[in-house]
Each structure stands twice: as structure tokens, then as C-alpha cells.
Design a protein around this ligand. Structure first.
Ligand code: FPP
Length: 254
């Protein structure tokens, strides 16, 4: 297969990925679901590298949702272990390649063995500027909107803001997932076409690309194909587009 052609101009600045299909990938091979997550973790490595090489400024991966805590205990445990292993094994590559690592979500819920590797790596990489890798962990888009609304209501209650100051931008400014900008492109693997509580507020004008590939099978070429699809779209942000020439001029036009 030849690689998809990606233009270096007009790259999406912020790419978000809903990594779906680990469980099915394992099931198809008669393996436990946790093996699918292990293979999924390797796919994260590949896609982080490919994004960095391409010149994407921000990559946000949906690694664990607030709702994923309801999965069986051993699956949650394995996901947390894989996360910790990923942070340990990728530390050198992250720091050596100008990548800033951060996490968004209800981080208080993460086990201490994850926080003890996550927090120092976030601090150590904070000065890196080539790409920001955000792990959405214990993350929920609705929960993030509610937290931003709570922060604003405290400001109003304390008299530091007026209700009129509660604008779309004021709300947005209190959402950690959007500090790198709204996502331009959101990719979902695994064949489903839904958003599953990911970056809800920032998604307003994102381009969506759905891939049938199961996440562990997703590689650099699939990322390039998604970016090429994005580059073929016309983004209008609610305005009128360049449009298509009418088939034949109407009387009023001639
Ligand atoms: C969804 O697949 C995937 C997840 C809930 C977890 C994603 C986690 C990883 C890719 C690995 C660990 C992450 C990092 C950053 C190292 P699913 O289990 O819902 O798949 P299914 O729909 O086929 O059941």
C-alpha cells in the first residue's frame, strides 16, 4: 500500500483520537481483552511518533473515560498498569523530542502508582514546545463543562464576575483540554460513529474522521490518511463557503 499524500501546509493543529476496538481486536484472536489494550498501547506509541514527525502541534488521546471506571476491576487495573508502563518507557522519547506531556480529567481518581510517574513527567516536560501530548484520563466532556461552570459560578458568587461575563469564551478558558486550542480533527477508530463524551465543548467545528480499523491495527499510514481526508474538507465555521459554481446561470444573473 502506498502512503497517503499529506500536504505539509494546512495540517490540523490539534488532533484528538478516540481509540476504540481494543476489546474486539483481542476477541478476534481468542485473547483476553487486556491483551487488546496492550496492543493498543503499542499503537499509541506509533501514532505519537507519527504525529510528532508530521508536525502536529497537539495530540489528545482518549485513554480512559470517567465512565470506564465501571469496567471489570481487572480490566481497569491492567489499563492503569499499561498507562504507568507507557509513561516509564516513553519518558526518554518524550523528553528527547520536545514533547510536552499533560493529562486532563479527574486525575484525583488515578491510583498513586500512576500519579508518581505522570506528575514528574508532566513537570519535566512542561518547557517543551514542539508537540503537546495530552492524555485524557478519567475524562468526561460533560464533567469538564460542569467543572468550568462551577468555577464561573464561584467567581460570580464572590462578586469577581457578573452573570453577563459568562460568555462562551469564559467557559472555554476554564477547560484544560482546550488550552492547546479546539481540536481541528477528531479520529475515531473501531467502526463506531459516536463521540462518547470526548472534548464535547471543543468539538463545535472539528472535522470528524471515522476509521473501521480497530485501534491496535491503526498505524502511521492510517493517521496520514485521516489527515489527508481533513485536508480535503472545506471548513466553514458557520460562514458561507467558497461554494460550487451553479450548473447554469439563472436569468437574474445574466
Ligand atoms: C476502547 O476500546 C479503549 C479503551 C477504553 C482504552 C484505551 C487504552 C489504550 C489504547 C491503552 C493504554 C493507553 C495508553 C495511553 C498507554 P474497547 O475496550 O472499548 O474496545 P471494544 O469496543 O472493541 O470493546
Amino acid at each position: 500500500m502506498t502512503s497517503p499524500v499529506v500536504e505539509l501546509r494546512g495540517l490540523p493543529s490539534h488532533v484528538g483520537i478516540i481509540m476504540d476496538g481494543n476489546g474486539r481486536w483481542a476477541q478476534l484472536r481468542g485473547l483476553p481483552r487486556t491483551e487488546g489494550h496492550r496492543a493498543g498501547s503499542a499503537a499509541v506509541r506509533r501514532v505519537v511518533r507519527a504525529s510528532r514527525r508530521l508536525g502536529v502541534r497537539a495530540l489528545t488521546v482518549y485513554a480512559f473515560s470517567e465512565q470506564n471506571w465501571a469496567r471489570p476491576e481487572d480490566e481497569v487495573g491492567t489499563l492503569m498498569e499499561l498507562l504507568q508502563e507507557f509513561l516509564v518507557s516513553e519518558r526518554g522519547e518524550i523528553l528527547g523530542n520536545g514533547i510536552r506531556l499533560q493529562a486532563v480529567g479527574n486525575l484525583e481518581r488515578l491510583p498513586a502508582f500512576v500519579r508518581t510517574v505522570l506528575d514528574p513527567l508532566a513537570a519535566e516536560s512542561a518547557g517543551n514546545h514542539d508537540m503537546t501530548l495530552t492524555l485524557a484520563l478519567s475524562y468526561g466532556g460533560r464533567e469538564e463543562i460542569a467543572a468550568a461552570a462551577r468555577e464561573l459560578s464561584i467567581e460570580v458568587q464572590a462578586g469577581r464576575m457578573r452573570p453577563d461575563d459568562i460568555t462562551a469564551e469564559a467557559l472555554r478558558a476554564r477547560m484544560p483540554s482546550l488550552a492547546v486550542g479546539d481540536p481541528d480533527l477528531v479520529i475515531r477508530t473501531g467502526g463506531e460513529q459516536r463521540i462518547s463524551n470526548f472534548l464535547l465543548y471543543g468539538l463545535a467545528y472539528a472535522e470528524l474522521v471515522f476509521s473501521d480499523k480497530l485501534w491496535p491495527d491503526f498505524g502511521a499510514d492510517d493517521l496520514y490518511a485521516a489527515v489527508a481526508a481533513y485536508q480535503g474538507r472545506e471548513r466553514r465555521f458557520g460562514r458561507v463557503g467558497k461554494g460550487v459554481a451553479p450548473l447554469s446561470p439563472t436569468k437574474a444573473q445574466v
